[in-house]
Design a protein around this ligand. Sequence first.
Ligand code: NAX
Length: 328
Amino acid sequence: MKTPIRVAVTGAAGQIGYSLLFRIASGAMFGPDQPVILQLIEVPVEKAMKALEGVSMELDDCAFPLLKGMVLTDSANVGFKDANWCLLVGAKPRGPGMERADLLKDNGKIFIAQGKVIDQVAAENARVAVVGNPANTNCMIVASQAKRLTPDRFTAMVRLDQNRAQTQLAKKAGVDLTKVKDIFIYGNHSPSMFPAFAHAKIDGRPATQVITDQAWLQGPFCETVGKRGAAIIAARGASSAASAANALVDHVRDLMTPGAIHSVAVKSNGLYGFDPEVWAGMPVRTTGPGHYEVITNYKMDDFAKQKIAATNKELVEERAFVADMLKG
Ligand code: NAX
C-alpha cells in the first residue's frame, strides 16, 4: 500500500468543494491505487464548519477505499500541515458594488496569510494549485510569501478554459471532442484570456484548415470561451462548480502524469511576451510527478500577439493593485 498523499483543500464546504472532494477520494485525481488524506479548511464561521461536517459525513458514507483520513479545521496551520498538495479553492466573492481593486486587496490578505503558513508547514514536496479568483494574481500573491518553496511549485488553474475551448472547437467542426488536440490558454483566467486556436489540431490537421471561418475563430469562439463563466451564471443562477472541480482534477492529475501536455498558469519568466513577474496561462509538458517545463516553441501571429498583450496588460494591472502587499 502506498503512503497516503495529504491533500489540503480550502473552501471545502463551498460549491466547488462539494463536487471536488468526492472525486479526489474516489481516486480520480491521484490514481486508483493512491490513498489520500483530506485536510479540509473552512472559515471560522459556525455555518461553514457545520456544512463542512455534513460534507465529511457524506464522504464517510461513500466508504471510499482510498480515503484514509479527514481533518476538518478552520486553522491554516492545522490544515496545511505536511500537505503534499494545497488546493486553494476558497476566496472572497465579489460583493455588490465592490470594485475589482477591493476584491484583489481583500483576497490578497487571505492569500498572503495562507502563503506564509504553507511555506512554513506544508510538506517538503508541496505543490499549490489556486482556483479562487482572481486565480492568477492570487497565485502570484501566495508564491510571493514563499522562502522555502520555489515559484514553480505554485500554479493557477486555466484548465476549465482549455476544456471549454476544446468542446467549442469540436462542436464547430462537428467532430468528437477527443479529435481536438493542442488547444492552449494564454494569460489570465478572465474574459481577456486567449485560446490559441491557430496551434490547435483537429483530427491531426491544423484547426484553421478544418474551421476556415477565421472571423468565427477570432470573434465568437474567443468570446464564448472567455465569457463562459458569466453564461453559466446567467443560465444556472450560480457559478460553474462541477466543471471547475473536474478541471482541477485534470489540472492536478496531468501535473502528476509525465508526458501530459496541458494549459497551466505559471510564473511567466517573460515567456511569450508576458511580464516576467505575473502568472500567465501557457502550455506545459509534465516532466515528472509535480515537475513541468513550459513549451516555448509556439510562434504567435499578429492577432495572437495582440491578444496576449491585452491579457498581459490586465495581469500587470492586477499586480499593481496589490503591489504594496507584496513588499510586506
Ligand atoms: P463558494 O462561495 O460556494 O465557496 C467558497 C468557500 O470558500 C466558502 O465555503 C467559504 O466559506 C470558503 N472560504 C472563503 N475564504 C476562505 C478562507 N480564507 N479559507 C478557507 N475557506 C474559505 O464558491 P465556489 O463556487 O466554490 O468557488 C470558489 C472560488 O473558485 C471562487 O473564487 C470562484 O470565483 C472561483 N472559480 C474559479 C474558476 C477557475 O477556473 N479558476 C472557475 C470556477 C470558479 O468561479
